[in-house]
Design a binder for this molecule. Structure first.
Ligand code: PEP
Ligand code: MN
Length: 339
């Protein structure tokens, strides 16, 4: 249910409503709007009619059911887009397109620092790099783990770029959160509900990637797992889905971008690197994603892709990335965004 407070309702009235929601066995989530607050009350669907009684409380305008199965993520609960703050200077979901760039894996100090400097110079606002790698094969490089996190933190100190890196299990989530500005949940873990709940309890923005065989509704249900634990800072990432097509690694579902933007207030970004698996296709799909309304991009960049420990074939060299950023700037302008 959504409890819509009257415009300018007193804090004391809102607190009474929060208390009543808890007494009835539901979890309240306050969503601050521009003119009024709304409170999402989520919990057992079967007893939700008892919440209707809140309508008679002071300061309450109406109590309405949330029709969609995803509740806190829906546009019903929040009409205006959510802007998620990443650092003092970087926010995602506003007019600025946010580009997260860097290598698939952190491989060593020189590699990550060199890449961080290059992507920063080209205009990227966030550095990406995997320290814990969820590889399809147990024999593939699994990442530098905590050493990789330390190197990312060093790259942040040098460049000022906030960092995004993947969390692969609940046990190491606190460790990753100590170092990272954004917690990435990878496609392979997009329905790992224990992990989603764990990052929902942390106070860090979460970058949630779409699972490779997830419907858009299932994707939003995964976001709901994070949000229902109290963490509203979820960024959705379309990274390609598995189809019958084999010419590309995945099929980047560009239509998911406007579809998601209609269904949810959460920011949506696209990852054309994993979406295509081939560096030749990264630039056209990055530009198309911005034209389609994406709030940002995740792009793999490596100084020496031929020698990369993972995902070399889809990584751009810094020069190519720089050229792409110039084009992204032009497309961004044409859809009333900045970069
Ligand atoms: C990654 O970002 O390096 C990654 C493993 O992505 P995905 O989970 O989308 O495959
Ligand atoms: Mn990768």
């Amino acid at each position: 249910m959504i409890i819509v407070m009257k415009a300018g309702a007193a804090k004391k009235d809102r607190d009474e409503v929060l208390k009543r929601i808890r007494e009835l066995g539901y979890k309240p989530h306050v969503i601050h709007g521009t003119t009024r607050d709304v409170i999402g009350a989520v919990g057992d669907e079967r007893g939700k009619l008892v919440l209707q009684s809140i309508e008679s409380m002071h300061g309450v305008e109406s109590v309405v059911p949330i029709l969609k199965p995803y509740k806190l993520a829906s546009r019903e609960v929040k009409v205006e887009p959510s802007v998620i703050r990443i650092s003092d200077t970087v926010s995602i979901g506003g007019p600025e397109i946010i580009v997260m760039a860097g290598p698939c894996s952190v491989e060593g100090e020189e590699q990550i620092i060199e890449t961080a400097k290059a992507v920063k110079a080209a205009g990227a606002q966030v550095l990406r790099g995997g320290a814990f790698k969820p590889r399809t094969s147990p024999y593939s490089f699994q990442g530098l783990e905590e050493e990789g996190l330390k190197l990312l933190a060093k790259a942040r100190d040098i460049t000022g770029l906030p960092i995004v890196t993947e969390v692969v299990n609940p046990e190491t989530a606190d460790l990753v959160a100590e170092y990272s500005d954004i917690l990435q949940i990878g496609a392979r873990n997009a329905q790992n509900f224990a992990l989603l709940k764990k990052v929902g309890q942390l106070r860090r923005p979460v970058l949630l990637k779409r699972g490779m065989s997830m419907t858009i509704q299932e994707f939003l249900m995964s976001a709901e797992y994070v949000m229902s634990e109290g963490n509203q800072q979820v960024i959705l990432c379309e990274r390609g889905i598995r189809t019958f097509e084999t010419a590309t690694r995945n099929t980047l579902d560009l239509s998911a971008i406007p579809v998601l933007k209609g269904m949810t207030h959460l920011p949506v970004i696209a990852d054309p690197s994993h979406g295509t698996g081939n560096y030749h296709y990264v630039a056209p799909m990055a530009l198309a994603a911005v034209a389609a309304g994406a709030d940002g991009l995740m792009i793999e960049v490596h100084p020496d892709p031929e020698r990369a420990s993972s995902d070399g074939p889809q990584s751009l060299k810094p020069k190519k990335f720089e050229a792409l950023m110039t084009k992204i700037r032009l497309v961004a302008q044409s859809v009333d965004r900045t970069l």
